[in-house]
Ligand binder design. Structure first.
Ligand code: NAD
Length: 397
């Protein structure tokens, strides 16, 4: 186990810190996400519904909080706070931005604050790739159509390439040609074995492959799954692209029915249309747990619709945090939180057996005249970095 930033130290990981500890570790990220899904199926998670913030007079802008608890070995609790401001793209930035807080499961105190946009994109991509792998892409694994040329489809391509190393034909479609151009340039830099072709006609793009990954910002469904190749597999990450009729006609795999059938997703629309959820065939976690595939129907489209459970963020954030601690990366802040005995001086020492007198008013700064410096010395581990000191060690492989 790494020397944890537990107790009173908060570890802050910037975007570059997170990138440096995640890059090249796709297999471990897939494994972390797989374990999180399995724990969810085993009932050792807590995932309350997300809370949505809408900004008055800014109908396109908002943010979402995803609180979660991930049990099992090394349990983790925390929250993802992710904002979506589509006009950021016009300003040359990314639509989504995020922060993740990890809390101690013994004291509840925050232990780590991580830049969350990359974690969110990669856990989402890993989830789509796991589904593709579990559901089987068969003889069509050489090609994929990507609808929406954004952050999530790029990461999805990266992770699909890990589970399907033969994948090399990529057809991309986006409402905005310049997004497709930038996407293709990035693929050429980072995934050079892939051949990317932009298809401006959506119908032709969708007909190009029987593996389709969709991550757009569409709010109104436009895609009837019955127009796709027979037996196609759709990784429906953006959740609002497929018409409710198209959902009802498909084999549907989700991550959690209660989560995915809300917030006006295609699945909630399908539930409203049909009056029930019997169109949902399986949960990905159950399939991973049982090792079962074979639920696809060669005549119907199979659609994987992941709500994006906060436990996936926790799983990948924990992986990033542990690697950063091992590599001495990030910023450690020792006085972010109040000292444990700030409000009841001396109590922390008393509870931990380091003081043999109960808390009381004696002394300037607590029991027996202990000073703030004394307390700090008690809580500081030997050789720890100073307050706010930046640590930039090499990342172990
Ligand atoms: N289910 C999950 O777990 C999960 C997690 C993260 C993101 N998401 C969703 O994935 C989607 C994509 O996220 P992102 O960060 O990649 O967004 P992004 O803004 O980086 O990219 C979205 C792209 O889709 C394009 N687009 C919009 N509408 C389109 C349409 N009708 N047809 C074709 N292209 C279209 C845009 O031009 C843009 O290039 C968002 O809706 C986001 O909410 C889901």
């Amino acid at each position: 186990m790494p020397a944890a930033a537990t107790g009173d130290t908060v570890l802050v990981l910037t975007h570059q810190d997170v990138r440096s500890v995640l890059d090249g570790h796709e297999v471990s990220i897939l494994d972390a996400v797989r374990r999180a899904y399995i724990l969810h199926s085993q009932g050792v998670t807590a995932v309350p519904h997300s809370a949505f913030l809408r900004l008055p007079d800014q109908p396109r802008d908002g943010a979402m909080a995803l609180p979660a608890y991930l049990g099992g070995a090394g349990p983790t609790a925390g929250v993802t706070w992710i904002a979506s401001f589509p006009d950021n793209i016009e300003r040359g930035g990314e639509r989504a931005s995020a922060a993740i807080i990890l809390n101690s499961t013994s004291t509840g105190r925050p232990e780590a604050l991580l830049e969350g946009s990359l974690i969110s994109a990669r856990r989402t991509a890993a989830s789509a790739a796991l589904a593709a792998s579990a559901l089987g892409t068969g003889q069509d694994a050489a090609g994929v159509t990507l609808v929406g040329c954004g952050v999530v489809t790029f990461e999805t391509l990266r992770f699909l390439h890990v589970v399907h190393p033969d994948l090399h034909e990529v057809t991309v479609h986006d409402l905005r040609r310049e997004r497709a151009g930038a996407f293709a340039a990035r693929v050429a830099r980072e995934l050079p074995s892939m051949r990317v072709r932009f298809e401006p006609d959506r119908g032709r793009a969708l007909a190009a492959a029987s593996l389709v990954a969709i991550a757009t910002t569409a709010a109104t469904p436009y895609l009837d799954s019955r127009t796709l190749r027979p037996g196609a597999l759709v990784l429906h990450t953006s959740l609002r692209d497929v018409t409710p009729e198209g959902v009802l006609a498909a084999v549907n795999v989700v991550d959690d029915a209660d989560h995915v059938c809300r917030a006006d997703t295609s699945l909630e629309r399908a539930e409203r249309l049909s009056g029930n959820r019997s169109f949902i065939t399986a949960n990905l976690g159950d399939l991973l747990l049982a090792g079962t595939t074979g639920i696809r129907d060669p005549r119907r489209t199979t659609i994987f619709s992941p709500s994006g459970l906060g436990i996936l963020d926790l799983a990948v954030a924990r992986f990033a945090r542990d690697r950063a601690l091992r590599a001495n990366r990030g910023i450690r802040i020792d006085d972010f939180l109040p000292a444990r005995d700030e409000f009841l001086p001396g109590r922390a020492d008393f509870l931990s057996g380091r003081a043999d007198v109960p808390p009381g008013p004696a002394g300037v700064d607590g029991v027996g005249g202990r000073t703030g410096e004394d307390r700090d010395a008690d809580f500081a581990a030997p050789g720890e970095a100073g307050v706010g000191e930046r640590l930039t060690g090499a990342v172990p492989a």
